[in-house]
Design a protein around this ligand. Structure first.
Ligand code: ADP
Ligand code: MG
Length: 516
């Protein structure tokens, strides 16, 4: 897996708090690319500075002085129509903010590897279809051609496999190994159980929480300090955005200190008052215990979904900056009965796995045998919405249960209800709840141009196809014909192609290209 003189392909870990770019070096080893500031990690933070958009460290610094112009954790809002903050009266779709981050990563990387457009981007395994699509859209708006979207824990497992020598020329392990990847980053949490069998990386089960990460641990410290401040001075320092930004940065720093030391202190100044709060590790762990418990619960659930006992797990692999917290390691050791493995670089393993994935594309281009294969599962059940005849409520009729190996195609037969009916509308959701409104709305899919004069009750077959990257395609089999057509999904929270093209031009100056 060497990267000859072809146009480079780059792997990108687009994180909630930090992003990392990596590619394969001349020996086929993954290597992190440093950004324009000389850092390996780029804060996923965007500053709207008048007509300029500044990304990374400088944007992060501005959280303490111009907090109202700073967009942080945009990945948490991906899948929603707009980012939760308004900038100068404008609201941006979260994927547009992500596109600005990707654009910065591209410009910085290009100074080292030359111009490129092909990338592999990682997403949390627990990202649903809508969020995967939005991430791909962000890549398009940043001028990329997104060759693949792979799951972060899978990428980390691949990086681990590479490091362990599983991906050598034979590319295989001697015996199957099962690893549990526990990925606790800044904004999201993922657990995936993988089996490494020969050169195959097979996801067995996955679960997670896209609203849980180091950021929540920070907020608990912020609240602890703010409560002391209120007791001492009767005002809340969180009411001012810049003070809140400063306090958050201080607390994030103290959190890191508490991973290494048994106490830390945070100073807070506001309106001429000041407090200094000492926090012990024990106090901190008590204040955040419920957050940790949520990850523990999810890990147990995932083991159950995979039908495995802890004795059948060979390693517990730690990924994500937040796994540096001693409380995480202690909990996992106690739960699994084994010492968690911190041998992969917590913040870089995901990007390295993405870079190794680009090696597969390169190998294919050269007609070589691929070094390894990835098998994925869907992280949310796929359903179509129907009406309960008794209650008239919208129900989620599950057609592909979660943790089904991908790719998968599910068929569902719908019947026309009127004579000469020319179309059928199918509403698609992802989620586990039987109530359709509690699920993630993927969109509607209209089956059009049915042949004329079909009698009522004519069956029409609809095929729902999950690709290996977790993206959905819908095809329709028209009755009495051999015709199978792909139908467009009309998405509720997704940008139309013209908007994507407009943003692409605006963000990176590139012309529209074929993309859907
Ligand atoms: P993401 O991929 O979600 O952006 P990362 O894996 O880069 O996240 O991890 C970033 C998170 O890790 C941040 O919340 C950061 O505060 C936290 N973190 C980094 N180092 C430490 C540490 N030493 N102790 C505790 N938390 C840490
Ligand atoms: Mg991450």
């Amino acid at each position: 897996m060497t990267n000859g003189s072809q146009e480079p392909i780059v792997g990108i870990d687009l994180g909630t708090t930090y992003s990392v770019v990596a590619r394969l070096d001349e020996h086929g080893h993954p290597a992190t690319l440093v950004n324009a500031e000389g850092d390996r990690l780029t804060p996923s933070v965007v500053l709207f500075d008048g007509d300029d958009v500044v990304v990374g460290k400088e944007a992060m610094k501005a959280m303490t002085t111009e907090a109202e112009r700073v967009a942080e954790c945009s990945k948490r809002d991906v899948g929603h129509r707009v980012f939760h903050k308004v900038f100068d009266g404008k609201q941006y779709p979260p994927e547009v903010i992500e596109a600005w981050i990707l654009d910065k990563l591209r410009r910085d990387a290009e100074t080292q590897v030359g111009p490129f457009e092909k990338v592999v981007i990682t997403v949390p395994a627990y990202f649903d279809e809508v969020r995967r699509k939005a991430t791909q859209d962000a890549g398009y708006m940043a001028g990329f051609q997104v060759l693949d979207i792979i799951n972060e824990p899978t990428a980390a497992a691949v990086a681990f496999g590479f490091q362990q020598g599983f991906l050598n020329t034979e590319g295989s392990t001697d015996e199957p190994r099962r690893i549990l990847v526990y990925d606790l980053g800044g904004g999201t949490f993922d657990v995936t159980i993988m089996e490494i069998r020969g050169s195959e990386f097979i996801a067995l089960a996955t679960d997670g929480d896209v609203q849980l990460g180091g950021y929540d641990w920070d907020q608990r410290l912020v609240d602890l300090v703010a409560e002391t401040f209120i007791r001492e001075h009767y005002i809340d320092p969180r009411e001012d955005p810049n003070t809140a930004g400063r306090l958050w940065r201080e607390c994030e720093d103290a959190k890191r200190t508490l991973s290494a030391r048994s106490k830390a202190s945070v100073a807070c100044d506001y309106k001429g008052f000041s407090s200094r709060v000492e926090i012990t590790r024990q106090q901190y762990e008590e204040a955040t215990q419920d957050l940790l418990d949520r990850t523990r619960f999810t890990a147990v659930q995932t083991m159950r979904a995979a039908g495995l006992e802890w004795s059948e797990i060979d390693r517990v692999l730690l990924v994500g900056g937040s796994t540096r917290m001693p409380m995480v390691r202690r909990m996992l050791a106690e739960l699994s009965g084994k010492e968690p493995d911190a041998s992969v670089a917590a913040d870089e393993a995901v990007a390295h796995g993405a870079a190794l994935r680009t090696g597969l594309v390169l190998a294919k281009q050269r007609g070589e045998r691929a070094g390894f294969r990835i098998w994925n599962v869907n992280s949310h059940s796929l359903g179509v919405v129907g009406t309960d005849p008794q209650t008239q409520r919208k129900r989620n009729g599950i057609i592909v249960p979660r943790n089904t190996p991908l790719p998968v195609t599910a068929r569902r037969v719908f019947k026309t209800s009127k004579p000469n009916q020319r179309s059928i509308l199918v509403q698609i959701v992802e989620g586990e709840s039987p109530a359709a409104e509690e699920c993630s709305q993927i969109g509607r899919c209209s089956v059009r141009d049915l042949p004329r004069d079909l009698p009522p009750q004519t069956p029409v077959e609809v095929l729902f196809h999950y690709k290996p990257d977790g993206r959905l395609k819908v095809r329709v089999h028209v009755p009495n014909t051999e015709r199978e057509v792909e139908t467009e999904i009309l998405r509720e929270n997704s940008l139309p192609k013209e908007h994507l093209d407009g943003w692409r031009k605006y963000i990176c100056g590139r012309e529209p290209s074929d993309y859907r």
